[in-house]
Design a protein around this ligand. Structure first.
Ligand code: FES
Ligand SMILES: [Fe+2]
Length: 401
């Protein structure tokens, strides 16, 4: 980044009022966007997928954001590996489909062929002295946490140790290893990625914008009502790992460690799951023995969120495509033994969060249109937007680090 751009960003960060929404330039400026890619998306762990998506050697899927594409594949001995989807010959994309199965990764342009570990296996008619070993695919760091696959493009990724330690009981209890992906939907949103992330982090908008969600989740209530419901829900649960709370998110993350958060919150009026009428929609997950009328929020790294009902899990991921477009990928997980059409109905499983995410897409687009106006100015945040305030503090620090 050139020094005038750096100075401009420093000035913007210095001028940003705390407790207020971001100034317009943060949502529109190309230099700010490039800095975000460098400082956030290339440096942090991103949720890529689940091991159930690539059960066999050679199975792969890709993850795309900004100008980048990453291939996540299971190699010949069953390990999960990730490489940049950029040929070392003249740079073509290698995998053109978003998922599939291949014995080797062969570039469609001139047929250079790579192993699932990224080594260059063959390159036709190259001159004498050409060293194949120097032309393997760029490696990407991978971490598999109880079945969840995360990638990081930096060689200096933050440590996942604290997160893995604190969340181990949660991962085991909900059986992250024994889940399978039931459905995934991508929602392309013509808005800056931060408007999507900020929207996900606050439930100030839930009551007016999500009647279906607000009927089921106590979180949509005013802070005092919610806190009382939560205190009652957590009573006598001190030793239950499901009811522990870890608040190491954003600016509260330990130095050198990736951020994380876990907390269990009550549902309303006898609801047991995130569905029409709060009814059960799938067999219980992992080692869960019964419905408790709650749902857990889980954040792994700054950009990946999970919502744990007793019978299914939602994954949420936000990725930028450009400074004015992003994608929200939503994944629904059930117990690996649950059969579609028999143990769960896909439309019932996905209904609540499909309706909710469609509504979110609309309000995020409206938000971007207003932010684009010459009359937009930073507005004051409410008490129900405190999580978002942590995000904004962390974000501003990340830009200038
Ligand atoms: S660009 Fe891949 S083989 Fe030429
Ligand atoms: Fe929402």
């Amino acid at each position: 980044m050139s020094s005038p751009s750096r100075l401009k960003i420093q000035d913007l960060v210095a001028a940003q009022r705390s407790g207020y929404s971001l100034a317009q330039a943060f949502y529109k400026d190309q230099d700010v966007y490039q800095q975000e890619i460098n400082q956030i998306f290339l440096k942090h762990w991103l949720y890529a997928g689940h091991v159930s998506q690539i059960p066999q050697s050679g199975d792969y899927f890709t993850l795309e954001f900004d100008t980048e594409s990453v291939i996540v594949a299971r190699n010949s001995v069953g390990e999960v590996k990730a490489h940049m989807n950029v040929c070392r010959h003249r740079g073509s994309r290698i995998c053109l489909e978003s998922s599939g199965s291949k014995k080797s990764l062969t570039c469609p342009y001139h047929a250079w062929s790579y192993s699932l570990d990224g080594e260059l296996l063959s390159a036709r008619t190259m001159p004498e002295g050409f060293d194949r070993s120097q032309h393997g695919l760029h490696k990407v760091q991978v971490a598999v946490l109880h079945g969840l696959i995360f990638i990081c493009l930096s060689e200096h990724a933050p440590s996942l140790d604290a997160l893995a330690r604190d969340l181990a009981e949660v991962f085991v209890l909900f059986g992250f290893d024994t889940m399978k992906l039931a459905e995934t939907k991508s929602y392309r949103i013509p808005a800056n990625w931060k408007l999507a992330v900020e929207n996900y982090q606050e439930c100030y908008h839930c009551a007016p914008s999500h009647p279906e969600f607000a009927q089921i989740h106590a979180m949509a209530k005013a802070p005092q009502v919610f806190q009382t419901a939560k205190a009652n829900f957590h009573q006598d649960q001190q030793n239950n790992p499901k009811f522990k709370a870890f608040n190491r998110y954003f600016d509260l993350a330990e130095a050198g460690q990736e951020g994380y958060q876990y907390d269990r919150n009550p549902l309303l009026r006898g609801s047991v799951s995130g569905s029409a009428g709060g009814k059960a929609v799938a067999p219980l997950l992992g080692n869960i023995s019964d419905y408790d009328g709650g749902a857990s929020e889980l954040m792994v790294g700054p950009l990946s969120y999970f919502l744990l009902y007793d019978d299914h899990m939602l994954g949420y991921r936000f990725l930028p495509l450009s400074e004015d477009e992003c994608v929200c990928d939503v994944s629904w997980f059930v117990h690996e033994k649950a059969l579609a059409g028999k143990d769960y109905q896909l439309d019932q499983l996905t209904w609540l969060w499909d309706v909710t995410t469609q509504a979110d897409k609309k309000i995020i687009m409206n938000n971007q249109q207003g932010v684009d106006s010459r009359y937009y100015q930073s507005g004051p945040l409410s008490a129900m937007e405190h999580f978002q305030q942590h995000f904004l503090r962390w974000y501003l620090q990340a830009l200038t680090r």
